[in-house]
Design a binder for this molecule. Structure first.
Ligand SMILES: Nc1ncnc2c1ncn2[C@@H]1O[C@H](COP(=O)(O)OP(=O)(O)OP(=O)(O)O)[C@@H](O)[C@H]1O
Ligand SMILES: [Mg+2]
Length: 267
């Protein structure tokens, strides 16, 4: 199903009127959120405000109670297709596969070596030949700086290396959009920058990304837009040098103060 052609550029990813509840908790409260092609959006906000739910809504991992999502003009899902047929599910899985997801906890398979971690989904989902998948995996692993670790087991990788492996695995599927949920928050401080550098490179190459992160220095360098969420709503958004320097709402100001950024000056 196509959405309005004229707005396609501005609404490469479009979340419309999204409400998601878990029992009495309103995780997303009538959220409207769009991302342009090539845009990098950093999502910030206090614990429980709905950041992860928003990412999981984008690829329909968590279908909302109300609202719809579209990607590049194609409907990813709407409230009316909660009870989907098998065929509709197949179409949806195809669209979902275009969105690479990286979680806070390293989502790599411990029983497969690094190469095989990147190969598997290519064989199963993208139906590539083993030769093609291995070539692609090798390239992706080199790209994220794991060229020396191709046959290492995840248990022998550092947190930062595991996270880069997760990124390589997502990239091997040729995603048009990357969704990253606190990709560095489980890492020791000295390993954060190696992951952020990979993301910076992706941003420079024009990858469209939504990144949940509280690394404000990184956000100010890489994000085109920072969106601040609270209580299931996006309450303030704008370019990082505006929103992080002179927040309009008291709530964002307090949040930034809490992050202890008194010494932080966005470039
Ligand atoms: N599967 C679920 N079942 C029940 N409640 C949930 C579920 N997922 C999220 N919630 C609730 O929805 C709200 C939003 O959760 P979400 O995980 O999106 O927050 P978040 O902003 O990502 O928080 P954090 O910064 O701690 O990761 C929270 O109150 C959370 O407890
Ligand atoms: Mg979260």
């Amino acid at each position: 199903m196509m959405v309005e052609e004229t707005k396609k550029e501005d609404h490469f990813l479009q979340l419309k009127d999204i409400t998601t509840t878990f029992g009495s908790i309103v995780a997303l409260n009538n959220v409207n959120f769009s991302v342009k092609k090539g845009e990098v959006v950093c999502l910030i906000g206090p614990s429980g405000c709905g950041k992860s739910t928003l990412l999981r809504t984008a690829n329909w991992l968590t279908p909302p109670d109300k609202g719809s999502v579209s990607l590049d003009g194609v409907l990813v899902g709407s409230e009316s297709n909660k009870n989907m047929s098998l065929n509709e599910m197949k179409v949806l899985n195809g669209i979902r596969a275009k969105m690479g997801m990286v979680f806070q906890q390293f989502n790599v398979w411990p029983h497969l070596d690094a190469l095989e971690n990147v190969v598997r989904a290519q064989l199963v989902v993208a139906k590539r030949s083993r030769k093609e998948a291995e070539e692609k995996a090798t390239k992706m692993l080199f790209d994220v700086g794991l060229g020396e670790k191709i046959h290492d087991w995840p248990d022998n990788l550092s947190g930062g290396q595991k996270q880069r492996l997760g990124i390589a695995r997502a990239l091997a599927m040729d995603p048009v959009l990357m969704l990253l949920d606190e990709p560095t928050s489980a890492l020791d401080p000295e390993l954060v920058s190696e992951v952020l550098n990979v993301l910076k490179r992706l941003a420079n190459e024009g990858m469209t990304m939504i990144i949940v992160t509280h690394e404000l220095g990184f956000a100010s360098q890489v994000a085109d837009r920072v969106a601040f969420m609270e209580d299931g709503k996006i309450i303030e958004e704008g370019p990082p040098n505006v929103i992080l320097k002179s927040p309009k709402t008291q709530r964002l100001r307090l949040f930034l103060d809490k992050l202890n950024i008194t010494s932080f000056t966005p470039s």
